[in-house]
Every structure is written in structure tokens, then in C-alpha cells.
Design a protein around this ligand. Sequence first.
Ligand SMILES: [Zn+2]
Length: 175
Amino acid sequence: MEHRFGMTKLNIKCPICKSGNLIFMFNIHSIPYFGEVMESTLLCEKCKFKDVDISLLENKEPRRYILEVKSEEDLFIKVAKSKEGIIKIPEIGIEIYSTIYSQGFITNVEGILERIQTALIDIKALEGINKEKIDEILKKIERMREGKERFTLIIEDKTGNSAIFSSKAKVEKLS
Ligand SMILES: [Zn+2]
């Protein structure tokens, strides 16, 4: 994967600590057969504030990507999710909606499972949560990560900035 990278200090104060200046960084990944994806990050020079978003530089349209994950090999398929992207895995009843706290990222299918696992472990620690149900889902995700359980990964994005980079993915227009 080819990279182009740049960074610049902005004359804008951090929205959180209001004292540090923001630093803007971009990283352009070019993905064979699909085009370029830009990862842009705003970072405060003083506190831990960080905001990441993803945008496709070509072929941008509101879309739904549907990928049937059938083998271990499919776990390596690259995925880009913008702040507006919504992730769904019907087999485990998981739907992750975008909020103002959402971050964009580029990862692969396994990376998404890993993020869901981490989030579920955090949720499990909360009070009044059905821990058995969460454990059941975590076990299922573990099998999915080992390529032992088939599942469907759906990503929807009304801004068109999210994608599954594989010809195996079915693409639908979002209305
Ligand atoms: Zn700050």
C-alpha cells in the first residue's frame, strides 16, 4: 500500500483544553482497484484530544456494503469506516451507529471484530448488564476471528466515505 503523508499546525485552539493548538495530519492510502482513502487526524499538542475521520477521494456515493465472511482469508479484507459509517453484524445482533464521539478508521474485518470485543468487555463491566449474554456473544466473536464461524458484515454510510475493499462485497445504493 502506497502512502502520502503530511502535517501542519493550525492556528485553532483545542475544543477540549482550549489552550493547545490543533495539529492536522493526513495520510493518504491508495488501495489497488479502489482508489484513494484519506485518513485525517486532528490532534491537540497539549491534551489527549484526537479526532479521526476517513474520506474516500474517489467514487463517493451513499452506499451499503454487504460482505459474507466465509473463510479466514476474508478476515484480511480491508475496510474503511468514516465517522458517519454504521456497522452491522446481524448474526450477533450488533449495530454500531455513528455519534458525535464516533471516530473514523481503516482496518480489516478482523480489526472490526477486535474493536467490538473491546467495546463489549467495557460494557460487561457496567452494572445491570446481562453478563451471560455478553459472554455468549464474545465466544461467538472469538470463533468468528478464528474463521470458524460465518457471518455478514454490513457497512452503511450516507456520506459515501466508508467502504469494504473487496470484489466479494455486494454494493447497494442507499436511498
Ligand atoms: Zn487540548
